[in-house]
Design a protein around this ligand. Structure first.
Ligand SMILES: [Zn+2]
Ligand SMILES: [Zn+2]
Length: 136
């Protein structure tokens, strides 16, 4: 999955032209389960790709979200983070170190919603607390 050829196929299957920059950005997201922000993606991919601009990173992430390749999550106000994991999962944010960790959701609240006439499409479960590395 990590190989460039596979990423390229994956982008093509979503009707995204697989340019080298886009491949590198997707590869970074896939290899980092830390739910990076635009800035984090930019700083890291830019090291390998000095011609990359922040606007390109921003546009690429938006395109990936639009094409359902990744999801955008915002836990705190205006801070968008990007997640390649599209399966239904919750996020635990550590108040001490700021890390965001995935956890499994065993109950699918989405299927349980019974507000008459409404169609539920997304569920976001966020928990805030202290991660195990910060509990000493
Ligand atoms: Zn922590
Ligand atoms: Zn996640």
């Amino acid at each position: 999955m990590r190989s460039l050829v596979n990423i390229s196929d994956k982008l093509s299957s979503k009707e995204i032209n697989p340019t080298m920059q886009r491949i590198k950005i997707y590869e970074y997201l896939y290899g980092n389960k830390s739910h990076p922000t635009v800035d984090t993606v930019f700083v890291n991919v830019h090291k390998e790709f000095p011609t990359l601009s922040k606007a390109t990173v921003y546009n690429t992430l938006n395109l990936f979200v639009e094409k359902n390749l990744i999801q955008e999550i915002s836990i705190e106000g205006n801070e968008s983070r990007y997640d390649y994991n599209l399966t239904n999962h919750g996020h635990f944010k550590c108040k001490t170190c700021g890390s965001i960790t995935d956890f499994k959701i065993t109950k699918n609240v989405l299927n349980d919603t019974n507000i008459k006439g409404f169609r539920a499409e997304e569920q976001h479960i966020y928990i805030k607390g202290v991660c195990k590395d910060c509990i000493v």
